[in-house]
Structures are given as C-alpha cells and as structure tokens.
Design a protein around this ligand. Structure first.
Ligand SMILES: CC(C)(COP(=O)(O)OP(=O)(O)OC[C@H]1O[C@@H](n2cnc3c(N)ncnc32)[C@H](O)[C@@H]1OP(=O)(O)O)[C@@H](O)C(=O)NCCC(=O)NCCS
Length: 130
C-alpha cells in the first residue's frame, strides 16, 4: 500500500472519519460522499476570500485516485489558486489515513479543482475585486 505524506506546513480545512454508512455496494467509500466533503472543503477558503456568500459554479476536474475505506481518517486540504472578478478557483487535495494494528498508512486519494462564485443577496454574481 502507498504511504504518501500529508502536505507539510499546511492545515487541513476538514478532517472527518469515513463511516460504514458512507460505503458503496463494493465496500469502499461512496464517491458522492467524497465529492460532498471536497465541495465543503473548497468552499471554506473561497468564502473567506469572497468575504460573503458563495455558490459552487463548476467542477473543473475531479479525480478519484485511490479508494477510501470505512474508518479511514479523511483530510481535505484546500488552496485558492485563482481569483477572478466574481469567481474563485480552489484546488482540493484529499488524503486518507488508514489505521490498522498500530500502523498509520497515508494515501493521496482524491484531487479536484472547483470554481465558486461570490453572490449578492439576489443570488447574482458579486465583484470581489479589491
Ligand atoms: C453562480 C451563478 C450566480 C453565476 O451566474 P452566471 O450567469 O453564470 O455568471 P457569469 O456568467 O457572470 O459567471 C460568473 C463567474 O463564473 C465563471 N464561470 C462561469 N461558468 C464557468 C465554468 N463553467 N467554469 C469556470 N468558471 C465559470 C465566469 O468566468 C465568471 O468568473 P469571473 O467573474 O471571475 O470572470 C449562477 O450560475 C448560479 O446561480 N448557478 C447555480 C449555483 C448553484 O446552485 N450551485 C450549487 C449549490 S452551491
């Protein structure tokens, strides 16, 4: 099994254990659950950068590189990589830490790029240019 390293000098925006209720029929974690965690994780730095409400506008890329198993500790790291007039693009990296018999194995499992748009009270795009 791969043993990747968690990113150094960075804090995950989300850490959550995958539960048995999150599994698909094949016994690994359902991709939709991972997508949800990624969307939540990406929205955090986007909302902070926007200083207000945002919505997910697009998922530019999404790659499930390795499976996640029940009990794995899932950590999502999210970085703003681009800021437009109203949009914020965030790159999210997900790691799973599998703990078994006293050994922790870390695996880079998912990577995605998402575009969020700042919105005003009418749900219309809002400029975030400073
Ligand atoms: C977000 C929303 C308000 C944007 O309205 P819109 O008419 O598409 O706005 P625009 O065309 O002006 O695009 C807004 C920004 O998104 C970017 N954008 C639009 N479509 C995009 C796409 N497919 N990929 C990447 N960026 C995109 C534009 O380039 C623009 O960025 P910029 O201002 O930084 O240059 C509208 O699309 C919407 O309400 N979508 C539904 C959102 C939603 O329900 N999400 C799920 C739940 S959070």
């Amino acid at each position: 099994m791969a043993n990747d390293s968690l990113p150094e000098n960075k804090m995950p925006v989300i850490r959550v254990p995958a539960m048995p209720s999150d599994l698909n029929q094949g016994g690994t974690v359902f991709g939709g659950w991972i997508m949800s965690q990624v969307d939540i994780a990406g929205s955090i730095p986007a909302a902070v950068r926007a200083g207000g409400a945002i919505v997910t506008r697009a998922v530019d890329s999404f790659e499930f590189k390795k499976p996640v198993f029940a009990g794995d500790l899932v950590s999502c790291y999210a970085d703003v990589i681009k800021v437009g007039r109203t949009s914020i693009t965030v790159h999210v990296e997900v790691y799973a830490q599998h703990m078994d018999k006293g050994v922790v194995t870390t695996t880079a499992v998912t990577e995605a790029s998402l575009v969020y748009v700042a919105i005003d009270k009418h749900g219309k795009p809002r400029s975030i240019v400073r």
